[in-house]
Design a binder for this molecule. Structure first.
Ligand SMILES: [Zn+2]
Length: 615
């Protein structure tokens, strides 16, 4: 393990960057997941000041009510420590009566025990702080510099954050030029393995915490550097000088993007498990792509963050969906996925959309808009009623890319659309209309019309153009291969197994409870509801563990009676089993692609032409 002290760019203490809003963080209550925060603000002679804490954090579109973790808040005069009246005016605002104080000091304790990329965690071994979930500030001082002093525990040798050092060689005092920057700069404290590399004249750090001996950070750095280089080339512009990958191997998952850093949460053993490591590379690629797409090139609505309210946007399919299209594609272009590994991942996305009943209910535009009330709040009916703007967005991105490529004979691609938007809309933000106009400029109106129709539609996507352009086909389904055999055996004996019911069970105190019911499935048509307890199937007791095995004793079209308990009342329901829907959504390359298809495929994945094709 290599331990280094972060020596980022230091702000000149003699510059104008004197912080009006100052914090001191101390961790004497780390054992009970608490950080104690002292906030000092000048009053400028005001009789009363208002303090605010964000209710959500950019990048994660759900009101999370961070203020619920604030405890024991007090205020006093900074000069003589005389107590001042502080009271809440609503769920995330406080009013302090200044009583002629020139400076007000507010102290509060924050409970930090939610392990996710958009919340806080504090314990004896380390701390992870999300700006929005940590800092109160003065409502009218958002554009002022904010200074953070950290009293780290003795067993925390270093800090990883994109916040600048206030004075050279003092890693424990950091400054943000505004509250936006503070919110956008998560802080990791502890024993962090920091490995640095340069790419495109910018500095990058992979800071891993909790990997113990199971993370080989230098080897991961090589792969991360390839991803960085590929994305820098795609965008053709590097809008940062220093970037931090904050990699928390804390047995959690997810990622969150920031201007000059990202948070990645993963497992301790990820690097030693191939498929999980490939997922992690996809996550690195995804969050880093956001450095451009959504951090700096934003939907118009998000140009100025409103920390008090939801900000509704129909463009999350671009911010997240297009980013999801590029995440794995970039890993493939960087040579870290084999082409088949890439196709398998695309196939998984297609299958996940094509088997979700919600795809026929919610459009991509609506899915973006309703993220605040649906995507981040899944319930038992989620799969029936919504579609992910991440996954369907990535497929629309892929089909759009194919259309642009085929329309321009491989002269242009979605890469050009993204670069054009970066040039024209970075300062102003974009709407779906601006995005569609950029598509038309790079390609033509027919592709634009297709896109506009797809965004509002709940019809199934058409993959034919994709298959034709790259020389792909759906993998022959087992049933097709085995069709003749099956016919023979069916004549001799019934084919048991392969039945479909369309419900998920979960064990609850030994009972088999129905967790989810798929729309229009046999279970749904029988009248079984989520929340029912499944007591018996075809006259015999059922358990969660034995459910699938029991189903395999039946065949499609068998009719069985079920006993369920619904809020204590016993009901008898009749279910007609169906055949398991085939997963026909696995893409493979055709055996003999044409020369053109081979060239399109290589151009897409940035693979060099094979030798025989070379001039
Ligand atoms: Zn994302």
């Amino acid at each position: 393990m290599v331990l280094q002290v972060n020596r980022g760019m230091a702000a000149d203490e003699n510059s104008d960057e004197r912080a009006s809003v100052q914090y001191r963080l101390s961790f004497r209550q780390a054992d009970t997941h608490r950080v104690d925060i002292e906030l000092s603000v000048p009053t400028d002679g005001k009789e009363q000041i208002e303090l605010m804490m964000p209710v959500w954090t950019p990048g994660s579109y759900l009101v999370r009510e961070y203020a619920r973790q604030v405890e024991q808040i007090t205020a006093c005069n900074g000069l003589n420590q005389q107590e001042l009246d502080i009271r809440k005016s609503d769920k995330n605002h406080w009013l302090v009566a200044c009583q002629s104080a020139e400076e007000v000091v507010v102290r509060y304790s924050l409970y930090c025990r939610e392990m996710s990329v958009r919340t806080n965690w504090v314990e004896r071994d380390f701390a992870f702080l999300t700006g929005a979930a940590t800092f109160l500030t003065c409502s009218d001082m958002l554009d002022h510099p904010h200074l953070v002093r950290i009293d780290a525990l003795p067993n925390w040798p270093n800090v990883a954050t994109s916040l600048r050092e206030w004075k050279p060689n003092d890693p424990w005092t950091r400054i943000a030029s505004s509250f936006d920057e503070l919110v956008d700069s998560p802080i990791v404290l502890g024993a962090i393995d920091i490995q640095s590399f340069e790419c495109g004249e910018a500095k990058h750090h992979l800071a891993t915490l909790g990997g113990e001996t199971f993370w080989d950070t230098p080897s991961a750095v090589k792969d991360v550097a390839k991803i960085v280089e590929t994305e820098q080339k795609l965008w053709g512009d590097i809008p940062y000088g220093e970037y931090w990958f904050l990699n928390l191997a804390t047995e959690s998952g997810g990622g969150l993007e920031h201007d000059n850093s990202c948070v990645l949460m993963t497992g301790r053993w990820t690097q030693r498990q191939k498929s999980k490591y490939l997922d992690w590379l996809g996550l690195v690629s995804h969050e880093f792509f956001h450095t451009w797409n959504v951090r700096r090139l934003r939907p118009k609505v998000l140009m100025q963050y409103d920390y008090n309210n939801e900000q509704y946007t129909q463009e999350l399919w671009v911010a997240e969906g297009i980013t999801s299209y590029y995440d794995d594609l970039i890993v493939a272009r960087a040579g870290l996925f084999k082409p088949k590994e890439y196709l398998d991942r695309v196939s998984k996305s297609i299958a996940s959309v094509q088997t979700a009943p919600g795809r026929l209910v919610q459009s991509l535009r609506d899915s973006s808009f309703d993220s605040w009330i649906k995507f981040y709040r899944p319930d038992e009916n989620a799969n029936n009623s919504r579609i992910s703007y991440y996954v369907k967005g990535s497929l629309v991105g892929m089909l759009l890319d194919t259309k642009i490529r085929s329309n321009t004979n491989d002269q242009k691609s979605l890469d050009d659309v993204m670069r054009l938007l970066w040039k024209t809309h970075r300062e102003t933000g974009y709407t779906n209309e601006d995005f569609a106009a950029a598509v038309a400029e790079v390609s033509d109106d027919s592709v634009k019309s297709w896109l506009e129709q797809v965004l509002d539609s709940t019809n199934d996507l058409d993959y034919d153009g994709l298959l034709e352009w790259y020389g792909l086909e759906w993998k022959l389904r087992d049933s097709d291969k085995e069709k003749d055999k099956e016919k023979e055996s069916a004549a001799e004996r019934p084919a048991y197994g392969n039945v479909y019911v369309g419900l998920d069970l979960k064990a609850e105190q030994g009972r088999a409870m129905v967790d989810k019911v798929t729309r229009d499935s046999p279970a749904s048509m029988s009248g079984i509801l989520a929340g029912d307890e499944l007591i018996s199937f075809d006259g015999f007791r059922i358990t969660t563990e034995g459910w699938n095995e029991r189903l395999n004793l039946y065949k499609p079209d068998d009719v069985c009676k079920c006993l369920v308990a619904r809020r204590g009342k016993i009901l008898e329901l009749t279910i007609r089993l169906a055949a398991q829907p085939e997963n026909g959504w696995t893409l493979v390359r055709v055996a003999k692609p044409t020369e053109d298809q081979e060239a399109h495929w290589r151009s897409w994945l940035h693979m060099p032409l094979v030798e025989s094709d070379a001039p």
